[in-house]
Ligand binder design. Sequence first.
Ligand code: HEC
Length: 142
Amino acid sequence: MNPGGRKRPSAVFLSAAAAITMAAATLLFAQSDRGDYSQRNLGSLAQPVMPAPDASAKYSVGSYPLYWPELEAGEGRELVTGYCNACHSPRYILMQPPLTHDQWAAEVTKMVKTFGMPIPESDQTIIINYLATHYSQETRKR
Ligand code: HEC
């Protein structure tokens, strides 16, 4: 015993530590022996062989389901459907927040001037009125 001094680690603790160290060393050696940690496979990734396609299997994709949202009924809807769906679905209109008359006018002007859709002035007015009537803060239903 060592009365008054610091406690020594017990023999049981020391032998347990030695056993764990031995086990770890053995495990590491076994892995490096297997090639897991060797220089041999540096820079290459082992990959499984590609499975061969089954000759009897059918590979096909069905038609993509397109959701075509309905515009509110009212004067001008046909013009919107005719002109505005030439490039994109009405979803582009419906995914906007409610807009004021001026904002819809700017939107239509952008489609005409920036994106080049030739819409006669008189039809533009009807379209803008339609959009402002059904898709403004006060009137938008859904
Ligand atoms: C010549 C093709 C074309 C036509 C016709 C057209 N658009 Fe567009 N529209 C676009 C393009 C391009 C965008 C922008 C798409 C993007 O940014 O991803 C767009 C976007 C929009 C947007 C989304 C907001 C924005 O400014 O990007 C709204 C709303 C819209 N269009 C409304 C209309 C309306 C209303 C009409 C009919 C008057 C119309 N579009 C006709 C091409 C067109």
